[in-house]
Design a protein around this ligand. Structure first.
Ligand code: KIV
Ligand code: ZN
Length: 499
């Protein structure tokens, strides 16, 4: 059995989807989840495209130690310089550079010709090799590129130093037999192909992304580019969970992956929540109904023998019915049991803190679900060593009243208090906080999300503030979103004070 490398591009191709943009804290949270899943390569963004993308690659590079961090570029020296800068802190780094190779792209996008594009492809790979030995080349729109020319480009870029060659079906146009034959053609007609890993990168415009990816693997590709929940441009990219579970379930695919499949359900939920992109109920592997048996005949069959109607054990993807229900009367051990089930290891102190928050939440919310538990830990970790604490908050708001807020903060042990008005309770509270910290801050981003459904849900708040040109992030969660907002602001402000 040969190893198949899993390259996740949720944070790059997935994040390009309108409405799915993440802030740096959210990107770090997702990158950590991907590393826990043992993803081999995490593509984190396109650094030249925005300061936000650049910054998140820098921050992710500082915290990820096992997975390779990859940054995308065009075949342009400046892009590659910026990518190399963004990857400065990465323990393992990869530059992913490339250019369109189909006649359509060559003529219309580049107004050029095949020979010029081949030269530019070689040049960008050589340039990227100055910064790292791990250089991946993509031949954009390879799915519609004539095989003979594609083989020439691939041979030339491998000779120039590319260690991975990506064959994207950018428009999702290929049929599985055709994509498989393309990979086979390259294996048989590129003389130095043994010096590089062939990668698939399929889009789902005709619903063929997983089938095409597996056809590529059956014909010799040894890296797959995928996203969680198949999120991505237009109809999306190949879904990681589908490819990984197909490989695990079928003995006739001669490869294995290192993916910790029990993390799949949890990571799928995380992506869906962070990107505000619901998963369709009948989605393979991660849909709510993927393991639900509703007809009497099926239920009877599954109860007699699970394999009658299930090809995957739900526990293998982390879908396990919890046997210990969490209520306001549950103890620390029950809480810890659930955290372990979710793959979260807590220190004793973290457990104590999480337990306090859990009890408060259980008092005001009927069903405590896995998302709530993950939020509680996120808050605990975000507030570690915080120099400023919110001690008291009272707001007055509503139709026909002037919104007012009174805030008490504890700053390095000293209690201070302020009252302000604003155009709403959050604006008034933020003004009161600002008046107490004596620092000029600009609110750059403010994001409120509810976790599931219902008016009793926990709201998560992310803020991003700017002070003297530096950006600081804050996070909190609470069933009271005004409190969560002020706590998130205080969390961010504490980071300025800590420096
Ligand atoms: O779909 C595509 O061709 C891409 C490349 C930039 C790798 O995402
Ligand atoms: Zn793509």
């Amino acid at each position: 059995m040969e190893k198949l490398f899993v390259f996740d591009t949720t944070l790059r191709d997935g994040e390009q989807v309108p409405g799915c943009q993440l802030n740096t804290i959210e990107k770090i949270e997702l990158a950590k989840a991907l590393e826990l899943m043992r993803v081999d390569i995490i593509e984190c963004g396109f650094p030249i495209s925005s300061p936000g993308d650049f910054n998140s690659i820098v921050e992710i590079s500082k915290v990820i130690t096992e997975s390779t961090i990859c940054a995308l570029t065009r075949a342009v020296d400046k892009d590659i310089d910026v990518a190399a800068d963004a990857l400065h802190y990465a323990k393992r780094k990869r530059i992913h550079t490339g250019i369109g190779t189909s006649d359509l792209h060559i003529r219309h996008k580049f107004k050029s010709n095949r020979e010029d594009i081949l030269e530019r492809a070689v040049k960008c790979v050589k340039y990227a090799r100055r910064f790292t030995d791990d250089v991946e080349f993509y031949a954009e729109d390879a799915g519609r590129t004539e095989n003979e020319y594609l083989a020439r480009v691939i041979e030339a870029v491998i000779a120039a130093g590319a260690t991975v060659v990506n064959i994207p079906d950018t428009t999702g146009y290929c049929m599985p037999y055709e994509y498989g034959e393309k990979i086979k053609y390259l294996r048989e007609n590129v003389s130095n192909i043994h010096k590089a890993v062939i990668s698939t990168h399929c889009h789902n415009d005709l619903g063929m992304a997983t089938a095409n990816t597996l056809a590529g693997v059956m014909n010799g590709a040894r890296q797959v580019e995928v996203t969680i929940n198949g999120i991505g441009e237009r109809a999306g990219n190949t879904a990681m969970e589908e490819v990984v579970m197909a490989i695990k379930s079928r003995k006739d695919i001669p490869v294995y992956t290192d993916i910790e499949t029990r993390m799949i359900a949890r990571t799928s939920r995380l992506v869906s929540t962070l990107m505000r992109m619901p998963v369709q109920p009948n989605k393979a592997i991660v849909g709510r109904n993927a393991f639900a048996h509703s007809s009497g005949i099926h239920q009877d069959g599954v109860l007699k023998n699970r394999e009658s109607y299930e090809i995957i054990d739900p526990a293998d993807v982390g879908v396990s019915e919890s046997t210990i229900a969490l209520t306001a009367r549950s103890g620390r051990a029950a809480l810890n049991h659930h955290y372990k089930r979710l793959g979260v290891e807590l220190t004793n102190e973290e457990l104590d803190d999480a337990y306090d928050k859990f009890l408060k939440l259980a008092d005001c919310k009927k069903d405590i679900n896995d998302e709530d538990l993950l939020v509680i830990v996120g808050v605990t970790r975000a507030k570690q060593n915080q120099k400023i604490r919110l001690k008291y908050l009272q707001v007055v708001c509503g139709k026909n009243s002037v919104p007012m807020a009174t805030v008490k903060l504890v700053i390095d042990g000293e209690v201070c208090c302020a009252t302000s008005s604003g155009n709403g309770p959050i604006d008034a509270s933020f003004k009161a906080v600002k008046s107490l910290i004596h620092r000029k801050i600009n609110l750059e981003e403010f994001l409120v999300q509810t976790i599931t459904r219902g008016s009793d849900d926990v709201g998560k708040v992310h803020v991003q503030i700017e002070n003297k040109g530096n950006i600081y992030y804050g996070f909190s969660a609470n069933t009271d979103i005004i409190t969560a907002s002020v706590e998130a602001l205080v969390n961010a402000v504490s980071k300025i004070i800590a420096i």
